[in-house]
Design a protein around this ligand. Structure first.
Ligand code: GMT
Length: 380
């Protein structure tokens, strides 16, 4: 198949899933055309069958706001026509699904219906639970989702939420996030051992959190949990990522006098190495449609302490792959962390279970679900 994929190219789960999907599909022989305003960050290294088309935006002084959605639709039209695409796949509904809808209608009108490109929208999370609900977007979002030829959501939670909140009766296929289990596996080589020895020289346990430090990630809770854990277990905390709450988190850790035991690493590519030194992964989000970062940790055999929101309980099974507590229940999350870190036998079991659970979301299991869905929509 020839597929045009549109996603946000910067850091963020939806862009990661879209890019990894495109790469996996290209390796399975499909022709993949990424259409975006910048090269997706994960699109590094050469893979045959992958093309990248940059959306050019005209900055005429009259346009106080860049007209990206229109420029994107025009680029979708151009790429579909000249590369003879079979399907467009929009990741993150705003504005990609709307642009894809426009592209489909333009092509139909231009060619007297001889090009009727189908498009699929994959809902990732905040496009539905946050941004899409704003009154300035809601009617357009509802329309674009309803007009999609196929819709997928990354969890059952997100599917139900979309149907309830946007009053959409359209069928939505659940296709969860996936992981390259051969890449995301615990690595114990000289590099990771050396890093561990430097950061935790006395064999301290290591807690890890990774996110974009947006308020809904509740990174302050991670610091408060660590503050409690530290009182009972010698430990350190690694925080990976950057975003609006980072300064506040640094301030909080100074106030609590635990700054020296926390490594604020900023954005990092070496996730596998960092997750390989982790003992516990913490994700206390206020909203999380799936939790790709938790899946990455689990694939490296790291048990997860999470909140009970969104799709997290679909991934992290309480008492099996980690523990779950209510949003903001710092005390309970700290208690679970301490329990796990002080019970080696139980820890080993949960670590093994976490890896096994992650294997269910392997690329080999999930990518064929997208292929099947593509075939169904193209034939519809
Ligand atoms: O919240 C983020 O970290 C970014 C966001 C995105 O859309 O880029 O992530 C969402 O999509 C991911 C991939 O499908 C999911 O694993 C995340 O759970 C989801 N984030 C939220 O729902 C808050």
């Amino acid at each position: 198949m020839k597929i045009g994929i549109t996603c946000y190219p910067t850091y963020g789960g939806s862009g990661v899933v879209a890019t990894e999907l495109g790469k996996a599909l290209a390796l399975r022989g499909h022709e993949i055309h990424f259409i975006s305003y910048a090269m997706p960050t994960r699109l590094n290294g050469f893979i045959d069958n992958i093309f990248y088309h940059e959306v050019e935006i005209n900055n005429y002084p009259l346009f106080e706001f860049p007209l990206y959605s229109i420029a994107l639709a025009s680029k979708m039209v151009e790429v579909t026509k000249f590369y003879d695409l079979d399907l467009l796949h929009a990741h993150y509904a705003i504005p990609h699904a709307t642009s894809a809808y426009l592209a489909r209608e333009i092509l139909k009108s231009e060619t007297n219906n001889s090009i009727d490109i189908k498009f699929i929208t994959t809902l990732h999370g905040t496009d539905i639970t946050l941004t899409g609900l704003e009154p300035s977007f809601l009617p357009t979002m509802k329309f674009s989702i309803e007009k999609s030829d196929g819709v997928t959501a990354v969890s059952k939670f997100l599917k139900d939420k979309t149907q309830q909140q946007y009053k959409i009766s359209k069928d939505i296929e659940v296709i969860p996030n996936f992981i390259d289990i051969h890449k995301y596996k615990r690595e114990e080589d000289e590099k990771t051992l050396c890093f561990k020895k430097n950061f935790a020289p006395n064999g301290e346990k290591i807690l890890v959190h990774t996110s974009n430090f947006r308020p809904l990630k509740r990174v302050q809770d991670v610091i408060k949990i660590f503050n409690e854990v530290k009182k009972k277990v010698d430990s350190k905390l690694i925080l990976i990522g950057d975003g609006p709450d980072r300064s506040d988190c640094e301030r909080l850790s100074r106030e609590l006098e635990i700054f020296e035991d926390i490594k604020f690493m900023g954005k990092q590519d070496a996730l596998v190495e960092l997750l390989s030194v982790a003992d516990i992964f913490i994700i206390p989000s206020q909203s999380e449609s799936f939790g790709l970062s938790a899946l990455e940790a689990m694939s490296c055999g790291v048990p997860v302490i999470s909140s009970s929101v969104g799709g997290l309980p679909e991934l992290n099974h309480h008492g099996e792959t980690g523990y779950i507590a209510e949003i903001g229940d710092v005390e309970r999350m700290a208690k679970y962390t301490i329990e796990l870190l002080t019970n080696a036998k139980r820890y080993e079991l949960l670590s093994r279970n976490a890896r096994k659970r992650a294997e269910e979301f392997s690329e080999d299991n999930i990518v064929p679900l997208y292929e099947k869905f593509y075939e169904k929509i193209i034939a519809s």
